[in-house]
Design a protein around this ligand. Structure first.
Ligand code: FES
Length: 381
């Protein structure tokens, strides 16, 4: 039977044709190449030993194969240059205790044997090397098979299917508060009112307070390489304790309407909003990285409150970001409140909002428009 190797992660598939998608890293069939098994050595000259021994780790491409070549303590090592995780260039990482550390997310493979860090039953292929007349040679036919550790798929990789039922609305409160000294938040008060109204109209509702979740800030994998940003988020995959999973579950799987509430801080949405938005980049990046649209036929709308100004600019940023995630908006997609640039009497702000029938009416109407649009989308799809 023919064999096909994923050029991204090294996975080998046996069959008449490559698989539609690599079961390990998700690469498409076009990323597979046929494995030529000659049984004979294929020695290729790498270069001069004197020159190659000057660099501890380098990424090379020889005969179409990516190789991580290392030199340490007088000994060369050659292992596959594609990380088993999602194909990071191992030779562009660093060497720590004789392990090559992947530059994308830190997986480690022994620089000589290719074995993963102790305790993990995985390995990247390793290659035979020899030296002749001052030159280093590599036998490309000597590659050992890649070994993949059994790795249950993360629940967020499951198929996105809307479960039957009424329109579901998640409210996400992004206000930042000291948990032991809670105070009233105008954005959250209005959000709660909107959710109550949606529930009264027959929707299922849920409130997520970001300041009750423990989650890490985005670590900028996309800035290392586009493919280093993954779905599910790499942090979510690596850190089971990271609680932003609740937001991913709600936005990608559960909710038909996402209603975000934020205060204005120095003319911008709250810092927790941005911390969440940066972690949601992985949803947006899937569109151009894997042609995978995770958000479809879902509605987003916003509640923005500030003692002072800049409602339109905050709304503009939120509309742009959530639009690029795939959300659609109802007519008049946000409710904003600000008492103006000169309002320094913040101690009166909560009372001003609480006594405003107009604001409460506006957020209820926003909830109603959002639920109605979601209902139409559900019916149409
Ligand atoms: S690609 Fe190497 S650790 Fe993720």
């Amino acid at each position: 039977m023919k064999k096909w190797q994923c050029k991204v992660c090294g996975y080998v598939h046996a069959g008449d044709a490559p698989p539609a998608e690599c079961p390990v890293c998700g690469a498409l069939a076009s990323e597979f190449e046929a494995v030529v098994e000659t049984g004979k050595s294929q020695w290729h000259k790498v270069g001069s030993v004197a020159e190659l021994s000057k660099t501890e780790l380098r990424q090379l491409e020889i005969g179409g194969k990516k190789i991580a070549l290392s030199f340490r303590d007088g000994r060369f090592g050659a292992i596959a240059g594609n990380c088993l995780h999602v194909g990071g260039p191992l030779g562009c990482g660093c060497v720590r205790d004789d392990y090559v550390v992947c530059p994308w997310h830190g997986w480690m493979f022994h620089r000589i044997t290719g074995e993963a860090r102790s305790g993990i039953p995985a390995a990247v292929p390793r290659y035979e090397l020899k030296q002749e007349a001052g030159d280093l040679y590599i036998d490309l036919a000597s590659a050992t098979p890649a070994k993949h550790a059994p790795h249950p798929k993360h629940p967020l990789t499951r198929e996105i299917v809307r479960a039957p039922g009424p329109v579901r609305v998640v409210g996400i409160s992004t206000t930042v508060m000291e948990k032991n000294y809670q105070r009233e938040s105008t954005s959250e008060l209005l959000l709660q009112s909107a959710l109550e109204h949606a529930a009264a109209r027959g929707a299922e509702t849920k409130l997520i307070r970001l300041n009750e979740l423990k989650f890490r800030a985005c670590e900028g994998y996309y800035s290392k390489s586009a493919e280093a940003c993954t779905w599910p988020c790499t942090i979510t995959q690596m850190d089971a304790a990271d609680e932003l999973t609740q937001v991913y579950e709600a936005c990608v799987f559960w909710a038909d309407v996402v209603l975000i509430a934020t205060p204005i801080r120095w003319g911008s949405a709250s810092s927790l909003y941005y911390k969440m938005a940066e972690r949601m980049n992985c949803i947006q990046n899937q569109i151009h990285l894997a042609n995978r649209i995770l958000i479809q036929n879902k509605v987003a709308s916003f509640i923005i409150t500030g003692g002072q100004d800049n409602v339109q600019a905050v709304a503009g940023q939120m509309l742009t970001f959530f639009g690029l995630l795939g959300f659609v908006f109802p007519p008049f997609p946000f409710v904003g409140h600000s008492r103006g640039w000169t309002a320094e009497d913040m101690e009166n702000n909560v009372a001003a909002v609480k006594s405003s029938d107009e604001l409460y009416t506006l957020v209820r109407e926003l909830a109603e428009r959002s639920v109605a649009l979601a209902g139409n989308l559900i019916a149409a799809n």
